[in-house]
Design a protein around this ligand. Structure first.
Ligand SMILES: *[C@@H]1O[C@H](CO)[C@@H](O)[C@H](O)[C@H]1NC(C)=O
Ligand SMILES: *[C@@H]1O[C@H](CO)[C@@H](O)[C@H](O)[C@H]1NC(C)=O
Ligand SMILES: *[C@@H]1O[C@H](CO)[C@@H](O)[C@H](O)[C@H]1NC(C)=O
Length: 495
C-alpha cells in the first residue's frame, strides 16, 4: 500500500493537516452513501423476483480461426435425420479411397546392393532402427545404414556360407555361425583406422552350425546343427546339448516372453520345443513335410508360425500341438523364411516362388504380395522394429526395402493429411465387405508364372477333394472320415 494513497488516512505523528482531514471526510461520506444506497441492491434478490434469461452462448474457440491461414470453421449438425444421403455419399468416397489406395500402392522403397553372392541371412539391430546386418553365401558380412541406404562396413566373416547371425540384446556385439564350423563374436563398432577386422571370440565346433539365436536378457545363446546346443558366452563348450534322434536342425529360436523356452525345426519334419533349464526336450510335433524355420509371435508368445516346404505356413499354439490353429496358404513354392511384425498382428513370409507375402496372424490367405521382375528366390525376410518396413534378402545378391503398408505415404504428414488418411481408412473398413470395394481392394497383379501355378494348384486341390468325396460316397459309412485341412498336415505329437 502506498502512503498517502487515495482515501487512506496517513498515519502521522504531527497534528493532521487540513488537507488530510478533508480527504478523510470525503472518503467516509462516500462509504456512507455506498452502505445506505447501493448495498441493499447488492443483496440477493428473492427467488420469486428472479427471471431466467436464455442467451445465445458463443464460445470464440468454436469459430475463431487460430491463424489467418486456417480454413474457416463451419459449424455442423451431426443429426443423422438431417443427412439422408450420408451412406451413399460415404460409399462413393470409400470406393474412391479404395481405388486411390491401389493407385498409390508403391511398396518398393530401395534396393541395397553390394553383396557378391546370394544373401543368406539377416539380423536386426537390438537398439538401432537404421542398422541392418546381412550375411551372404560367400561368407561376407555387411552392416548397412538403412536411412542412407548404404553399406557402412564389410567383413569376411566365414569361409563358405554365413548360416546365421544374431545381435546381442545390448546391441554392442553380434554372433555369426558359418559353414566353417565356427561361432564368432564381433564388436558392433567398426574397427578404428589401421586396426584389423577381427572377432572378439571364436569357437571352433565339431560340426557345421546352421542357425543361432541369442537369449533375450542373459549372456546365453543357442545354436543348431547336428544337435541344439546352449552356450554360455564365457565358455568354449556348450553348457547343454539336446538331441532327439534326429540328424540335423535348420533353425532355433528363443521365445521372446518365456525366455527359457526355445523351438527348433528339424530335418525329420518335426518342430521340437525345449526348456533350457531341463536336460531333455519338452515335446515335438511331426508334420507331413519339413519346416524350414519358425517365428514366435512377439505379443502372444505361445503362438509360433512355421514356414513349411509344402507351400504353406502353420500357426501353432505351443500348448496344443495336435493341430495348427491356422493354415496360411497362397505361396506356390516352398516357404523359406517368416518374421512377425512387432505388433504381433501380422507376419511376412519369403518364398522360393520369388514373392513375399504378408498374412494377418489369423488370416488363411495373404493380404499382400510383393514381387519384382528382378527379385529371385527370397531367402530371408525381416519386419523392421518400427512396424513400417520389410527387408528381404534374395538369391540375386540384393536386399530390398519395402513398405509394410504399400499405399502409406512416407515422411511427415500435415495434420489435415493425417486426418484425411484416417477418414478414408475408416471408410474403407466400413465398406470393406461390399462386393465392388472388396474386389478392388483384393486385386493384385501377379507374374504370369505364379498366376498359372496358383490356378494349377487350385485345380489339383479340387480334384483331390472330388476324389475323396467319391471314395467316401462309395465306401461303408464312417470308414472314410472327414479330415480337416488343419489336421491333414500333422502326423503325430511326441512328448
Ligand atoms: C475422388 O478423389 C479425388 C482425389 O482425392 C477427388 O479429386 C475426387 O473428387 C473424388 N471423387 C469423388 C466422387 O469423391
Ligand atoms: C545412418 O545415417 C544417418 C544419416 O546420416 C545417421 O543420422 C544415422 O545415425 C546413421 N545410423 C547409424 C546406425 O550409423
Ligand atoms: C483417427 O481417428 C480416430 C477417431 O476419431 C482418433 O481417435 C485418432 O486419434 C485419429 N488418428 C489420427 C492419426 O489422426
Amino acid at each position: 500500500m502506498q502512503p498517502g494513497g487515495p482515501g487512506i488516512p496517513q498515519c502521522n505523528a504531527r497534528s493532521p493537516s487540513l488537507f488530510t482531514i478533508n480527504t478523510w471526510l470525503v472518503c467516509s461520506l462516500l462509504a456512507n452513501i455506498f452502505v445506505a444506497i447501493i448495498f441493499p441492491f447488492c443483496k440477493r434478490v428473492p427467488l420469486r423476483y428472479q427471471m431466467k434469461v436464455k442467451v445465445i452462448a458463443r464460445n470464440p474457440d468454436d469459430y475463431v480461426r487460430e491463424t489467418k491461414l486456417d480454413i474457416q470453421r463451419v459449424p455442423r449438425n451431426y443429426d443423422p435425420s438431417l443427412h439422408p444421403f450420408e451412406v451413399s455419399r460415404e460409399y462413393t468416397r470409400a470406393l474412391n479411397a479404395t481405388k486411390l489406395e491401389r493407385v498409390f500402392a508403391k511398396p518398393f522403397v530401395a534396393s541395397l546392393d553390394g553383396h557378391r553372392d546370394g544373401v543368406n541371412c539377416m539380423a536386426k539391430h537390438a537398439k538401432s532402427l537404421s542398422t541392418l546386418l546381412s550375411g551372404s553365401c560367400d561368407g561376407e558380412l555387411k552392416v548397412w545404414n538403412l536411412s542412407k541406404h548404404e553399406c557402412v562396413r564389410t567383413l569376411q566373416a566365414h569361409e563358405g556360407f554365413v548360416r546365421g547371425m544374431v545381435v546381442r540384446y545390448c546391441g554392442t556385439s553380434f554372433f555369426t555361425v558359418g559353414d566353417d564350423k565356427t561361432i564368432k563374436q564381433w564388436k558392433m563398432e567398426s574397427p578404428g583406422y589401421g586396426e584389423e577386422e577381427e572377432p572378439i571370440n571364436t569357437i571352433l565346433g565339431k560340426t557345421v552350425y546352421t542357425g543361432l539365436d541369442h537369449h533375450q536378457n542373459d549372456p546365453v545363446f543357442a545354436t543348431c546343427g547336428q544337435q541344439v546346443d546352449i552356450w554360455d558366452e564365457q565358455r568354449s563348450s556348450p553348457i547343454r546339448s539336446f538331441t532327439w534322434g534326429v540328424d540335423s536342425f535348420s533353425s532355433v529360436h528363443f521365445n521372446p516372453v518365456e525366455t527359457e523356452l526355445l523351438a527348433s525345426c528339424a530335418s525329420d519334419r518335426s518342430i521340437v520345443l525345449y526348456d533350457m533349464r531341463e536336460s531333455t526336450p519338452l515335446k515335438k510335433v511331426i508334420m507331413t513335410m519339413r519346416s524350414n524355420t519358425l517365428s514366435w509371435n512377439p505379443m502372444e508368445a505361445y503362438y509360433f508360425t512355421c514356414a513349411n516346404e509344402d507351400y504353406n505356413l502353420y500357426t501353432y499354439d505351443m500348448r496344443y500341438l495336435a493341430k495348427p490353429i491356422m493354415v496360411h496358404m497362397d505361396h506356390v513354392s516352398a516357404v523359406l523364411d517368416v518374421d512377425y511384425a512387432p505388433t504381433g498382428k501380422e507376419f511376412v513370409s519369403a518364398s522360393f516362388d520369388k514373392t513375399i507375402r504378408i498374412f494377418a496372424k489369423d488370416g488363411g490367405h495373404s493380404r499382400e504380395v510383393y514381387h519384382t521382375k528382378r527379385m529371385q528366390h527370397v531367402i530371408c525376410i525381416k519386419w523392421s522394429a518400427d512396424n513400417k518396413y520389410i527387408l528381404s534378402g534374395s538369391d540375386e545378391m540384393n536386399i530390398r526395402l519395402w513398405k509394410a503398408n504399400a499405399a502409406e505415404k512416407l515422411g511427415v504428414l500435415a495434420p489435415r493429411e493425417r486426418e484425411a488418411a484416417n477418414y478414408s481408412q475408416k471408410l474403407k473398413e466400413k465398406f470393406q465387405h461390399h462386393p465392388q470395394i472388396r474386389r478392388i481392394a483384393r486385386h493384385r497383379h501377379l507374374p504370369k508364372t505364379i498366376y498359372h501355378q496358383t490356378k494349377e494348384l487350385r485345380v489339383m486341390k479340387e480334384a483331390r477333394r472330388r476324389k475323396e468325396k467319391n471314395v467316401r460316397k462309395h465306401s461303408k459309412p464312417g470308414s472314410v472320415p472327414v479330415v480337416s485341412e488343419k489336421e491333414k498336415h500333422v502326423v503325430t505329437v511326441v512328448k
